[in-house]
Design a protein around this ligand. Structure first.
Ligand SMILES: C[S@@+](CC[C@H](N)C(=O)[O-])C[C@H]1O[C@@H](n2cnc3c(N)ncnc32)[C@H](O)[C@@H]1O
Length: 278
């Protein structure tokens, strides 16, 4: 598992800024050499993408770095009312604002984890599954497609993610996906056979205390990448860029496992089957 470094956001901001500064330098040189704004902007875009690539920024951020000079030039060329610039800001706030008080930002489960989570769920009998903090709801829709006997629940407190997942549940849930605007701390967990959490280290102690109190012995708690204060029944490595891990806790085995000496962790379960995924 990759442990998030506290300096990562600073480093990321510095890298993005560096890509733009280098891009701006190239733009000035290109403009002086060609006297063409189009050529200068093309150079700015290409150089920002190339620098972002070599600094190791992800593909979406390379694209954002690339279009930034163009949008900047467009905003200087066209006079837009000031409120237009508020739209992206307000949208970002509606997605990420809860992170200020929950200390859980929005980022989706990677697609590579989908079939691994699916493999934990029974293919041939009814069950209930809840994603506590379901984000945009894509995982729920995927699971419901491949596990027709399950009923899938999502709870979310971010406004935009909630609306997005609610709409997806209505459109693609086939009556088997229920999304509610609610905090995990106000949602009793005893009715669920599977509880899935992909939150943040800041939330795990409290969430685990709740799961420990409320979940039935025959149920399963799965936490993506962020450990709880108990050794899992087993863990499954996710082969994605985050090198995430699913920690699977069979609730009937609580406190019955001990970290094997010198192994550095619990036994890893071999993959059950390859199914679904995209
Ligand atoms: C890391 S994202 C995971 C999204 C989704 N589960 C997925 O895997 O794609 C965590 C989500 O949990 C939501 N969240 C944070 N604290 C919460 C709480 N107390 N109750 C419900 N949702 C919460 C955030 O708004 C965010 O959308």
């Amino acid at each position: 598992m990759t442990t998030p470094s506290p300096t990562a956001p600073l480093l990321f901001g510095f890298y993005t800024l560096l890509a733009q500064v280098i891009g701006a330098g190239v733009t000035v040189l290109a403009f002086e050499a060609t006297n063409s704004l189009a050529a200068a902007l093309t150079c700015a875009t290409i150089s920002a993408i190339v620098v972002a690539h070599f600094l190791g920024l992800s593909t979406p951020w390379r694209v954002i770095n690339g279009i930034l000079p163009l949008t900047l030039a467009a905003s200087l060329a066209v006079t837009l009312p000031a409120w237009v610039f508020m739209i992206p800001l307000l949208t970002l706030c509606a997605i990420h604002a809860p992170a200020f008080w929950t200390r859980v930002p929005y980022y989706p489960t990677s697609r590579a984890a989908y079939p691994l989570i699916l493999a934990e769920l029974p293919p041939d009998r009814p069950f209930t599954f809840i994603d506590i903090g379901c984000g945009m709801g894509d995982l729920l829709i995927f699971l419901r497609k491949h596990r027709p006997h399950g009923h899938f629940y999502g709870i979310e407190i971010g406004l935009v993610p909630y609306v997005a997942s609610k709409v997806k549940a209505l459109l693609h849930g086939g009556g088997k996906v229920t999304v509610t605007f609610k905090s995990v701390y106000k949602t009793p967990l005893h009715d669920f056979d599977y509880v899935y959490a992909f939150l943040s280290p800041a939330a795990m102690t409290q969430v685990w205390a709740q799961a420990y109190r409320e979940m039935k012995p025959e149920s399963t708690f799965i936490t993506n990448s962020f450990k709880v204060p108990e050794v899992p029944s087993y863990q499954v490595n996710i082969k994605d860029h985050r090198q995430g891990v699913l920690f699977v806790h069979r609730m009937g085995e609580r406190a019955s496992h001990h970290m094997p000496a010198q192994s550095g962790g619990p036994v890893q379960r071999p993959p059950k089957r390859s199914e679904g995924g995209s």
